[in-house]
Ligand binder design. Structure first.
Ligand SMILES: *Cc1c(COP(=O)(O)O)cnc(C)c1O
Length: 523
């Protein structure tokens, strides 16, 4: 038996157990986990989970607004409702269960301190229409967060209200369009590298620009010659992700900025990967004009179901006057939300959303920053890069890395190493689910064949990274040894087997109880 450094027996790692022919359970359960269907599939739609008193008056004064048919909601008691949601949650993966290696998504631990701060009644219970004199603390917090975002990026202004990365891109491009229009210089094209996140060309097209692709060099960076050839007086902006979606730092970023500015265009940087450089590099020093920051990535606020996103956009001095309203300013000891800052012409494109953005996320992000401090934030970037390179080094012997040399915060592999096995990137990812790991990002970036993009983030310990790498190496060994069965039908152990994604996309079934739902089925 092996021992650890304090003389305790260590658990034998990774005993590879294949179930062989294990009989299916009779009732659909699985080792203390009961099967749970959708709420729409349950009986009991006419019952109610609570007893309500009969109305004391009849409803005749409501006229034709009286409901003619039951409202059509499932009736559950409190324990039934609790169990329904807890059972569903057990079918799901979460960052609190295991490493979540989705490249480009930065799925890192959400510190509980942030949650505690966000639940303080003074922050949690404020209303956007409350008088400003009553929410001075909330405004001060927004001002402080804005200060730190500008300090960390070396930029002149920040628009706080965008509610996600993609919304931030929209904000940045609307500010760029407003700046061009203010000069009477309507431009038509936006340049986007082939490795760009899909939201970049989508945003540019949404704002009304023509999107033109810039080629990539063999070592995964923007092709400067192609950029220079495509720049012209009708180019409004370039959108570049840095570090890029191949997990590489754009070495020529200053030259890119100079070329773009010489053509009278603006440099939009997709800052979703700021996690890899925060505290080490200030995008403002690189010549960036606008960049969104995903608070739900870099600053650890929860993604998706855990809370809404937040994508503040930092702006250079050139674009600052075009930031959307409102702004928090401090006047004579108190904070105010104003439409325009003094001395600035009212050139912005207006508001991006009704109120001021995601207050709960601001509290979490500032808590994260203050609990790390300047040195801690720098270490975040360093550890994120170290962790990705550790994975890259451990797996490179077996899996083929897409690019040579060290990476930034994500390690990118292609499917070259699977050639001749009959196993695809998708099969490999599905087999990871059986082993208890959420798959990495697959088939993105598009420029890499069968891409597998792994982002561990800085919050994983060496032990967790080793656990992940050990499993991937075992799986890779099985793939190379021709154990095709393990991959082709995977996942075998997950709550649902492999889905027909093509059918789901082509013929989505959006209506479970057609007689109750107003959803339009797309059949
Ligand atoms: C996540 C991401 C986005 C989009 O951000 P959302 O908050 O999901 O809208 C854009 N670009 C890159 C590179 C990303 O990783």
């Amino acid at each position: 038996m092996s021992m650890n450094s304090v003389g305790r027996p260590t658990r034998p790692t990774l005993v590879a157990t294949l179930p062989g022919a294990i009989p299916a359970t009779l009732g659909g359960g699985r080792g203390l986990l009961q099967d749970e269907g959708l709420i729409f599939e349950r009986e009991g739609w006419d019952s109610s989970g609570v007893d309500l008193p009969e109305p004391s008056q009849d409803a005749s004064d409501l006229g034709d607004m009286v409901r003619a048919a039951p409202i059509g909601l499932p009736g559950l008691s409190e324990p039934e409702a609790m169990r329904h949601y807890v059972r569903l949650s057990q079918k799901n993966h979460a960052i609190d269960l295991a490493l979540y290696p989705l490249g480009s998504c930065t799925m890192k631990h959400n510190p509980r301190l942030n949650e505690k701060m966000a639940r303080l009644p003074g922050f949690a219970d404020v209303h956007p229409l409350q008088p400003q004199s009553m929410v001075q603390g909330a405004l001060e917090l927004m001002d402080q967060l804005a200060h730190w975002l500008m300090t960390l990026t070396g930029m002149s202004a920040v628009a706080m209200s965008p509610k996600a990365g993609a919304h931030g891109e929209l904000c940045g491009l609307l500010a760029i369009r407003a700046a061009h229009e203010a000069r009477g210089d309507a431009r038509k094209r936006v340049l986007v590298p082939t490795s760009a996140h899909g939201t970049n060309p989508a945003t540019a097209a949404f704002v009304g620009y023509e999107v033109e692709e810039i080629a990539q060099t063999a070592d995964g960076r923007v092709d400067i010659a192609d950029l220079a050839a495509k720049l012209g007086p009708d180019v409004a902006a370039i959108m570049v992700t840095n570090p890029n979606t191949c997990g590489l730092f754009e070495r020529d970023v200053i030259q890119i900025a100079e070329l773009v500015h010489a053509a009278g265009a603006y440099f939009y940087c997709d800052g979703a990967n700021f996690n890899a450089i925060v505290g080490r590099v200030r995008p403002g020093d690189l010549g960036v004009d606008a960049m969104h920051i995903n608070l739900h990535k870099t600053f650890s606020t929860p993604h998706g179901g855990g809370g809404p996103g937040s994508g503040p956009v930092v702006l250079s001095a050139a674009l600052a006057p075009f930031a959307p309203t409102p702004f928090v300013v401090k006047r004579g000891g108190s904070y105010e939300l104003v439409e325009y800052r003094e001395g600035e012409a009212a050139q912005a494109f207006g508001r991006l959303c009704a109120f001021h953005g995601q207050m709960g996320m601001y509290v979490r992000a500032l808590s994260y920053m203050l609990s790390h401090g300047a040195d801690g934030l720098k270490q975040v970037a360093e550890d994120a890069v170290l962790n990705a390179n550790y994975i890259k080094a451990r797996l490179s012997g077996v899996m083929s890395a897409a690019f040579e040399g060290p990476c930034m915060h994500e390690a990118l592999f292609d499917d070259h190493w699977l050639e001749g096995t009959g196993i695809t990137t998708l099969d490999f990812a599905k087999a990871m689910i059986d082993e208890g790991f959420h798959p990495m990002t697959m088939y993105f970036p598009l420029v890499v064949h069968g891409a597998m993009l792994i982002e561990p983030t800085e919050t994983e310990s060496k032990a967790e990274l080793d656990r992940f790498c050990d499993v991937l190496l075992l799986l890779a060994g099985a793939a190379k040894a021709g154990d095709v069965e393990r991959f082709k039908g995977a996942p075998f152990h997950a709550p649902t087997r492999r889905l027909d994604e093509t059918l789901a996309a082509r013929r989505p079934r959006l209506r479970w109880r057609p007689e109750l739902s107003t959803n339009v089925a797309a059949e």
